[in-house]
Write a protein of this length. Structure first.
Ligand SMILES: [Zn+2]
Length: 262
């Protein structure tokens, strides 16, 4: 049977692993939402582009139709203009003139419409070009986001797998009753089954501990749970590698490791 200090150290490691698993699960669970957000943003931008493109295409189609008709009208006008030479009397002459005027009027109408549409097409094509470039960059952003999400998920899944295996190994060294109770507390307390005892209190629910209990926690001679929230308690300095409070001046570690060299 392992002693209290070893058991507490094991619980501490298990708690760290549990939080790591929890964080990694968050990444996995949050992935569909992240993907949807990126895709929605793209769809929104894309629909603006599609609307502009449809307007552009409609104007272009109208312009093409008018240009074709314009060519026909010019031919008609030319035909009547030629036949003006062959009229036999004043009545025929007047009738042909009337046809020429009608064709001229239609030609004028189409020319005006084509001119107006050309101006709009010019404005739209500038807008369309900018939007098309934007859509392309949005598309690559979405693609990059999709890849990043897949990478994050794969990484999180492997972390879950590794941490779960590590935790299982630790649990195998502990009394089954302790492991079972840890799991109960963990489920009931949103994953937190081990908290610090500090200033004679449970740091989670701030219930005061009996001096005797606090003493045993400080010395890590016995495994205690909080009488109120049922979480396991530990005194941080007692579980420090040396068994003493970790003393570390800011920056001292860096100096010790590489003598200040960068
Ligand atoms: Zn408590």
């Amino acid at each position: 049977m392992t002693d209290a200090r070893t058991q507490l150290a094991s619980l501490l490691k298990m708690q760290e692993l549990a939080l790591e698993i929890q964080g990694a699960r968050g990444v996995v669970d949050g992935a569909p939402g992240r993907l949807e957000e990126a895709e929605n943003r793209f769809r929104e931008r894309n629909s603006e582009y599609v609307a502009t493109k449809e307007r552009f295409d409609a104007i272009e189609a109208d312009r093409r139709a008018r240009s074709l008709e314009l060519a026909t009208l010019e031919e008609t006008r030319k035909h009547f203009q030629d036949s003006l030479m062959q009229v036999k009397n004043q009545r025929e002459y007047a009738a042909v003139l009337k046809e020429i005027d009608a064709a001229k009027a239609r030609i004028g109408e189409h020319e005006d419409a084509i001119l107006a549409s050309m101006e709009e097409v010019e404005a739209l094509s500038g807008d369309l070009e900018a939007r098309a470039a934007h859509i392309e960059s949005e598309r690559s952003i979405v693609e990059a986001e999709r890849t990043a999400i897949a990478t994050d998920v794969a990484e999180a899944e492997s972390r879950i797998e590794r941490a779960t295996a590590e935790r299982r190994e630790i649990e195998a060294t502990l009394p089954p009753a302790l492991v079972a109770n840890v799991r109960r507390v963990e489920e009931g307390r949103r994953g937190i089954f081990l908290v610090k005892a500090d200033h004679e209190m449970c740091s989670a629910c701030h219930v005061r501990l009996r001096p005797q209990v606090y003493q045993e926690i400080k010395q890590a001679t016995k495994v205690h749970i909080c009488g109120n929230c049922r979480r396991y308690l530990y005194y941080e300095p007692a579980l420090a590698p040396s068994g003493r409070p970790p003393i570390q001046a800011p920056g001292s570690e860096v100096e010790a490791v590489n003598g200040g060299a960068v």
